[in-house]
Write a protein that binds this ligand. Structure first.
Ligand code: 5GP
Length: 196
């Protein structure tokens, strides 16, 4: 998606050789017009897949996911990173997400009320790096007996392993911006999935 690539070039900050900061339009301050354009692109890509639910993980996935859900006219559910006191032990599905950047494993949960075996789910997230967040969400979908239609990613770092890991599991990935390299402070792109 050209608009997103332009914003990454103009407003993104290369933080290190493998981390991109997009705080001014995605991760802290949010550009609503850009979010809506991205949501429309995901809708075009998955509109024939009978999607019944959009699933993401708090916090940064929520903004794009809610706009996508609105276009599909289905609910959006976000996995929580802590268990609310109102949920009893047997009332939620749980999965693990390993963070390479923080070297910790976090549990994520979703209430059994909001994912079920009739659901055809589209996962939306901000970044795809090593694929661990998406694998955790996919595990929640499996535990609910639901099916995964695909994954919509705003920014994929193609030089990390996430894309390959997901494709090896036959998971369809649609990334609106695919970064080939962040080396020497410069962003280089691969062709995005919506442009193929
Ligand atoms: P993964 O689970 O694919 O390894 O990493 C995905 C998650 O890590 C994303 O949801 C995002 O929150 C975070 N993340 C990974 N790489 C970056 C990055 O370069 N920049 C930012 N802002 N977040 C990242």
């Amino acid at each position: 998606m050209k608009l997103l690539e332009q914003m990454v070039v103009n407003d993104g900050k290369v933080y290190s050789n493998n981390v991109l900061k997009v705080d001014s339009f995605i991760n802290h301050q949010i550009d609503p017009k850009l979010m809506l354009e991205m949501a429309k692109t995901f809708y075009e890509q998955f509109k024939n897949d009978n999607i019944t639910k959009i699933l993401t993980i708090e916090a940064s996935g929520i903004a794009p996911a809610i706009l996508v859900a609105n276009l599909f006219n289905v609910p959006m559910v976000f996995a929580k990173k802590s268990v609310p006191s109102t949920l009893t032990r047997d009332s939620f599905y749980e999965a693990q997400v390993y963070s390479y950047t923080k070297n910790v494993t976090n549990n994520i949960i979703v209430s059994k009320d909001f994912l079920n075996k009739e659901d055809k789910v589209l996962i939306i997230d901000d970044f795809l790096a090593n694929g661990q967040a998406v694998l955790g969400l996919s595990d929640l979908i499996d535990k609910a007996g639901a099916s995964l239609a695909g994954v919509g990613i705003l920014i994929e770092k193609s030089f990390q392993d996430g894309r390959k890991i997901l494709e090896e599991k036959n998971i369809r990935v649609c990334s609106l911006c695919r970064i080939a390299s962040l080396e020497d402070g410069k962003v280089k792109f691969n062709k995005a999935d919506d442009e193929l």
